[in-house]
Design a binder for this molecule. Structure first.
Ligand code: PGA
Length: 245
């Protein structure tokens, strides 16, 4: 894993979107696995903008959603699938046949996992993952304690994830379980960028880089990824000295 520290959120998002663009140009049929949340919002906006203004063909890319809240309807603001539809799938007019998103209200959650696992396997693994980091160190909904061998699975959400997750919803929702692409699939992703911005993520970054690599803090596992980029802004790097803990 490499670490890059940027002046601010705009610069971080600009550079992260450049990496997505590079991936798309190098392999127009790339399988992208994309997180939602506040962190990558501007990256996706810039990505879409660059695709359009540079006339890049995005019709071959395949998009999967990293995770979803179980019990949340797709139309609800705060649903991860709605976010990806509004930020990327809609603006790029990606065909439904090139998208797989978890359905948080599917009859069978296990079937949702199976479909995702089968697709990732069929495509020979994920080409490019964009992830944020939760306040508890989660990657997607791979909560503390998740096995590094996990593939797509349903998980009971950590108390902190439930509490912090309310920020995405205009009304109070009951967040209990989630569904996520597994750590193993994220770690096997050929390219992986993990982003964090803002002061509130500073203690998370300090732990991610400072603690022994361990399952209790899933983000720490990213340090073992050969090509991962940890991209953060100055505020998130506030507790590091010269880029190290
Ligand atoms: P955030 O969420 O981007 O809204 O901070 C990150 C995460 O929980 O993975």
């Amino acid at each position: 894993m490499n670490l890059d520290i940027f002046e601010n959120y705009a610069e971080l998002s600009d550079k992260a979107s450049d990496r997505m663009i590079r991936q798309l140009i190098d392999n127009p049929f790339s399988l992208f696995c994309l997180a939602t949340g506040d962190t990558p919002r501007l990256t996706y906006e810039m990505f879409v903008d660059k695709v359009k203004t540079r006339g890049i063909d995005s019709s071959g890319m395949f998009l999967i959603g990293l995770d979803e809240w179980i019990g949340v309807r797709p139309q609800t603001s705060g649903a991860c699938c709605r976010y990806l539809r509004e930020c990327i799938i809609g603006p790029l007019s990606l065909d439904d046949s090139r998208v797989l998103l978890f359905d948080g209200v599917a009859v069978s959650e296990l079937n949702e996992c199976s479909k995702m696992n089968a697709l990732i396997e069929e495509k020979g693994g994920i080409d490019f993952t964009v992830a944020g980091i939760g306040m508890n160190g989660h990657i997607g909904f791979n909560e503390p304690g998740t096995s590094p061998n996990a593939v797509a699975h349903v998980t009971v959400l950590d108390e902190l994830t439930r509490r912090v997750g309310q920020k995405y919803f205009s009304d109070m929702v009951r967040l209990m379980t989630g569904i996520t692409v597994g750590l193993k699939q994220v770690m096997e992703s050929r390219q992986l960028i993990v982003m964090a911005n803002g002061e509130r993520k500073a203690p998370v970054i300090k732990r991610m880089l400072g603690e022994k690599i361990n399952e209790r803090f899933p983000a720490s596992l990213i340090r073992n990824h050969p090509t991962a980029m940890l991209m953060i802004d100055r505020e998130a790097a506030r507790l590091l000295e010269n880029g190290v803990v």
